[in-house]
Write a protein that binds this ligand. Structure first.
Ligand SMILES: Cc1cc2nc3c(=O)[nH]c(=O)nc-3n(C[C@H](O)[C@H](O)[C@H](O)COP(=O)(O)OP(=O)(O)OC[C@H]3O[C@@H](n4cnc5c(N)ncnc54)[C@H](O)[C@@H]3O)c2cc1C
Length: 457
């Protein structure tokens, strides 16, 4: 008997992960991607000889599926993972604070640095214990948590505005892409618990040392080719005929192919449009939340920090991308210059602003926290904007997220917007892709790796 044919629509992290797992499980796999490259929402572009990412991406040590995915595509050496969580936190006119962990068991591992966290008053620091302990007592499986706003919950647990802005938002904004005030308690509790409160090393931060297009797109292309997956780029799937009991027919342009099972990993609005009405719930309620990155190329080094966060400033997180910008250059980084990327989550206020205003505004704001910036000459400033970077992780969003199974036999969906328990992250995308592949293989009666079976069940 010939191997069943699994067709994956979309070549983001969910689609790549589904395709690799389906191929590893014994299926013949075709991956159809609309764009000319793989990687979906993680991509890079070159300008004036330097590489920039569409947006800084980070992961945590607890992102086990994403880290296995990096292993699978041979990219683990291309990322940096902190030995121990350490985030310098800068504020205008104030001394630096650091959020770091010790090796004590969680949650004691954060106690020392939070006790010294100078951007909060001593009384605000003392009040942090109450919500931290209450978060640890929440039942993350309780659906009622999704009806509650995290900000209101924090206030009810003794947190003042200053603490929400100078501490809780430091973690809520980059992980949930909405402010603590707007976030669903369900997702916020999952993030704080899984990333910080339940295990000592879970929150160690990782990021790519190379452009994202290389880390994901190029590496995945090689891994998919080695796994025997047929990748068709520039293939915009415009119709699915999945209602007829037998083969699923996937059409793109003037071509059609037949599939025994189908995994659709396009964004929610595209996926609902492709599937027959009623197969998925009304996903438009998930909404979207933007991320903006402002990349500044300075003529000199202004900081030795590879990454830092800011409070009491419009600047959120800053990453030194100098080496990545010069990836592939024969002579390495251009002498002396520094490329800093300012990552702005929940960027509703900035998404519509003119790039030149964003560059000059954030250059000034960065100078407030890193005074050496004021003496530097700006060699280049570029803005990348993603209007629909993630769904809006607000109360009620959890109930809208579908699982990977649909009402159609052998038609699965995947994507960071699916119900993985994780916010819209690389980890969520990879998990959903793996779960969809496992479900497809199980329905086809093809060999499924035991660890995938677990994810899908
Ligand atoms: C600026 C930015 C910063 C981020 N920062 C982080 C971070 O720090 N950490 C983190 O974990 N996550 C982060 N994320 C989120 C993360 O990038 C996404 O959750 C993840 O990449 C989504 O992967 P996906 O495969 O679910 O979806 P996508 O990447 O959206 O992939 C869907 C794919 O389907 C393709 N497609 C669409 N329509 C069709 C069609 N009709 N036919 C064929 N193909 C189609 C698309 O071209 C795309 O390649 C960030 C996102 C952005 C935008």
């Amino acid at each position: 008997m010939s191997a069943p044919h699994v067709v994956v629509v979309g070549g983001g992290l969910a689609g790549i992960s589904a395709a690799l797992d389906a191929a590893d499980g014994g299926a013949t796999v075709t991956l159809l991607e609309r764009r000319g490259k793989l990687g979906g929402l993680t991509w890079s572009f070159k300008r004036k000889g330097r590489w920039f990412d569409n947006g800084q991406h980070v992961f945590l040590r607890c992102c086990t599926s994403y880290r296995s995915f990096l292993d699978r595509i041979g990219a683990t050496d291309m990322v940096h993972l902190q030995d121990r969580l350490e985030v310098p936190v800068l504020a205008p006119g104030a001394k630096r604070a650091v959020i770091a962990r010790s090796s004590l068991p969680a949650p004691l591992h954060l106690l020392g640095s939070l006790a010294r966290y100078r951007h909060l008053s001593v009384s605000d620091r003392a009040r942090l214990a109450r919500p931290a302990l209450a978060l640890r007592r929440l039942d993350l499986d309780d659906p009622a948590l999704d009806d509650v706003a995290f900000g209101a919950w924090l206030t009810a647990h003794g947190q003042r505005r200053e603490a929400i802005e100078a501490l809780w938002n430091l973690i809520a904004l980059p992980t949930l892409n909405v402010s603590a005030d707007d976030a669903s308690l369900s997702l916020a509790a999952m993030v704080f618990r899984t990333g910080l409160l339940d295990a000592t090393d879970a929150g160690d931060i990782g990021w790519s040392k190379v452009p994202l297009g290389e880390l994901h797109g190029e590496q995945a292309s090689r891994a998919l080719a080695e796994a025997g997956v047929t990748v068709v780029l520039g293939a915009t799937v415009d119709a699915l005929d999945a209602a007829t009991g037998g083969a699923r027919v996937v059409s793109f342009g003037d071509r059609s192919i037949e599939a025994d099972a189908l995994v659709v990993t396009a964004p929610p609005e595209v996926t609902t449009g492709l599937l027959p009405a009623g197969v998925l719930g009304p996903l438009d309620g998930l909404g979207s939340s933007p991320i903006v990155n402002v990349h500044l190329v300075l003529d000199r080094r202004v900081t030795d920090l590879s990454m830092f966060a800011c409070v009491k400033s419009p600047v959120q997180f800053v990453f030194d991308r100098t080496d990545s910008a010069h990836f592939g250059d024969a002579d390495g980084a251009a002498e002396g210059e520094q490329c800093l990327s300012i990552s702005l989550s929940a960027a509703d206020a900035d998404i519509g602003r003119r790039p030149e205003d964003l560059v000059s505004g954030y250059l000034d704001a960065l100078g407030e926290v890193v005074p050496a910036v004021r003496d530097a000459v700006l060699l280049d400033g570029v803005v990348s904007r993603e209007r629909s970077a993630t769904f809006r992780a607000v109360p009620g969003s959890g109930a809208l997220r579908p699982g990977v199974a649909t009402t159609l036999d052998r038609v699965l969906v995947a994507g960071a917007w699916c119900d993985t328990g994780w916010p819209a992250t690389m980890e969520g995308a990879v998990r959903s892709g793996a779960a969809a592949a496992a479900a497809a293989l199980a329905r086809l009666g093809t060999g499924v790796k035991p660890e995938l079976q677990e994810v899908a069940s």
